[in-house]
Ligand binder design. Structure first.
Ligand code: AMP
Ligand code: ZN
Length: 113
């Protein structure tokens, strides 16, 4: 399978890792959209949110709780942060390995583009 995030997880491809445990990996986005822009991915390949099932519930909880923990340990995010999952092409998903965007360090606008 030719998945860039699987390659990042297996360390076949380089990334700037900010956190890792047995279930998830967090690394800096290569094209940051904010002063802080991390991606948090499950080590298991799941293509998108649509492909999650209840058997992945532990992974989903882990993604969100670790994102919160990383945010709490990042001084630039003291004032707030945004968590985003793009699901499907129409929503802007480009990499089909589930990932949570952790964004912040600047004022965010709403609605998103
Ligand atoms: P999405 O559009 O939600 O699928 O987000 C994919 C994200 O992955 C984009 O923000 C890209 O900048 C980021 N990205 C793509 N390739 C890499 C890479 N090799 N290392 C880090 N981030 C990447
Ligand atoms: Zn993958």
């Amino acid at each position: 399978m030719d998945c860039i995030f699987c390659k990042i997880v297996s360390k076949e491809m380089k990334s700037d890792i900010v956190y890792e445990n047995d279930m998830i990996l967090a690394f800096k986005d290569i094209n940051p959209q904010a002063p802080v822009h991390h991606l948090i991915v499950p080590k298991k390949h799941i293509s998108s949110m649509s492909d999650c099932s209840s058997e992945d519930s532990e992974i989903i909880i882990e993604l969100f709780l670790r994102a919160k923990e990383i945010a709490e340990n990042t001084p630039e995010l003291e004032g707030g942060y945004r968590l985003v999952i793009n699901n499907g092409k129409e929503a802007g998903q480009e990499v089909f390995h589930l990932h949570l965007h952790l964004l912040g360090g600047r004022r965010m606008s709403w609605p998103p583009g």
